[in-house]
Design a protein around this ligand. Structure first.
Ligand SMILES: NC(=O)c1ccc[n+]([C@@H]2O[C@H](COP(=O)([O-])OP(=O)(O)OC[C@H]3O[C@@H](n4cnc5c(N)ncnc54)[C@H](OP(=O)(O)O)[C@@H]3O)[C@@H](O)[C@H]2O)c1
Length: 218
């Protein structure tokens, strides 16, 4: 039976204490070798997806640069269409296919702003983005695999709604701490350990001081 949604891989680099950025928003936790691994993975998937705050904090390109390969489609979750015109993602969207997912809450002004760029705008959801509906729409656009590259709020939404299949984390040799530093998974979280998804450790790979852990969701 064909799946009604794309295959979803959650991906992040975390410190040993589970943070994906410092309290000031610094998030470069990967090594050179790990970036090559990540970019090889990017080249194999149909799309990369991130949340709005990751665009605001990191201003990423989300392209394949540390290896040869095709750029996947870039998808940003931005309910109100707030990402800045000067963000790298909007500035490069004539070269790299880009989807901005918004909700019906988007203002006319922000919609007009986005429409000036050669991006595809997908409206999915009333006040916030309905991930299930968005994934269905992405499936109909022949997107079969999506690499979700954070941040913590987006990760929680995919976990809570049971909309992921794999998790690949790079455990980086840092201890960051900070009550306000973003963790791999944000949101309300579970009250019981038994509520956590069941994960099977598929493989481990040591890249010098970094450890790449791949899990399958059962
Ligand atoms: N180390 C790593 O691998 C890594 C990777 C990525 C990011 N990061 C770090 O993570 C931090 C950002 O994480 P974050 O948790 O603050 O934000 P985030 O997950 O990047 O973005 C969350 C925002 O996305 C928007 N959104 C729209 N629809 C959503 C939906 N259905 N589910 C969830 N979010 C939705 C929401 O804003 P609206 O309501 O306005 O739409 C929400 O506040 C940054 O500091 C970045 O550096 C680290």
């Amino acid at each position: 039976m064909e799946k009604s949604r794309p295959h979803v891989i959650l991906s992040a680099a975390t410190s040993i204490d589970g943070k994906i950025a410092t309290r000031t928003g610094k998030s470069k936790l990967s090594s050179k070798q790990d970036n090559v691994r990540l970019h090889k993975l990017r080249a194999k998937v149909d799309a990369i997806l991130v949340g709005k705050n990751t665009i605001l904090k990191d201003n990423p390109l989300l392209t394949v640069r540390h290896t040869k390969g095709k750029n996947p489609i870039r998808i940003v979750l931005d309910s109100k269409g707030n990402i800045p015109k000067k963000s790298k993602i909007l500035q490069t969207c004539s070269k790299v296919p880009t989807i901005i997912a918004v909700s019906k809450k988007i203002s006319k002004a922000n919609l007009r702003k986005l429409q000036k760029f050669p991006v595809e705008i997908i409206i999915a959801g009333q006040n916030s983005i309905n991930l299930k509906l968005l994934l269905k729409k992405l499936s109909s656009r022949k997107i079969k695999t999506i690499l979700v590259e954070g941040g913590g709020t987006v990760n929680w939404e995919f976990i809570k709604k049971d909309l992921f299949d794999e998790l690949i984390i790079t455990l980086s040799p840092f201890l960051i701490g900070g009550n306000t530093a973003i963790s791999l998974v944000e949101g309300l979280g579970y009250g019981k350990i038994s509520d956590s998804p069941n994960l099977r450790l598929k493989s481990t790979k040591r890249l010098k001081n970094h450890l790449v852990l791949s899990y399958i969701k059962l």
